[in-house]
Write a protein that binds this ligand. Sequence first.
Ligand SMILES: CC(C)(COP(=O)(O)OP(=O)(O)OC[C@H]1O[C@@H](n2cnc3c(N)ncnc32)[C@H](O)[C@@H]1OP(=O)(O)O)[C@@H](O)C(=O)NCCC(=O)NCCS
Length: 234
Amino acid sequence: MLVVWFPFGETDDQTIASCATILSEDEQARADRYRFEPSRRQFRATRWGLRTLLGHLLGIAPADITFRYGTHGKPHLAGTAAGLEFSVSHTGQCAAYAFCRDQLVGIDIEEPRARENTEGLVRRFFSEPEYRDWLSLPEAERLAAFYRGWTAKEAWLKARGTGLNFPLNHFAVPMSTCLERGLSWVHDEPGEPARWRLASLTAREDLAGSVAVLDPIGQIREVIWSGQEVHRAG
Ligand SMILES: CC(C)(COP(=O)(O)OP(=O)(O)OC[C@H]1O[C@@H](n2cnc3c(N)ncnc32)[C@H](O)[C@@H]1OP(=O)(O)O)[C@@H](O)C(=O)NCCC(=O)NCCS
């Protein structure tokens, strides 16, 4: 699996403006619907990066890539390019992409920040086993564990394509140990945990990130891409 981090905050406005030439009409229209400029820039830069990287991996022009969307909005490659799976996440001024051959994949990144009521969030949104697991941790470890667990949960939901339409408290990821132990429980789907692999991302110390992938995860290659030299991310 290839994971590419793209800190587009460092990308100049001219490059972002060049998005207009490779984004599709519906993507440009979608960008224009965002009310605030940072959100417009985030969407444009993330799509520009996605098209540029997919174009590089597939050997086609970024503007020629066509996406289709699942019932809950997951983007996929349309047509003959199928077989390369990918997932996208963005937070603040950074995007991250996971690419995988023939295996459903999900990625989520978040910018950790101190929260006043992390316990309330875990109790409300996470499953009972996750809450108990998280409470067993020393206080100093809980915030990092919250973000590790949160990104792992979203990564799995994004790999399955349901997004938050599948209840967050209907499955459990490890909260007090490393993610590589995998899912421990999925409501009404006893065979599901054994099919999935989870892993934490490590290339950016200031951001939390996780991936979920169906079947063997293999080696994860993480690269940080400036947006300038595409061959580096290949
Ligand atoms: C998918 C979801 C978990 C995104 O989480 P988030 O932390 O807010 O945002 P992230 O930056 O991590 O991910 C956003 C990206 O995930 C991808 N995505 C969107 N929906 C997705 C889904 N159902 N499954 C997987 N990936 C999805 C897109 O690439 C999106 O980027 P874009 O908005 O720039 O196109 C959440 O927004 C969600 O559940 N959405 C579903 C909403 C829905 O069902 N709407 C009804 C459709 S009619």
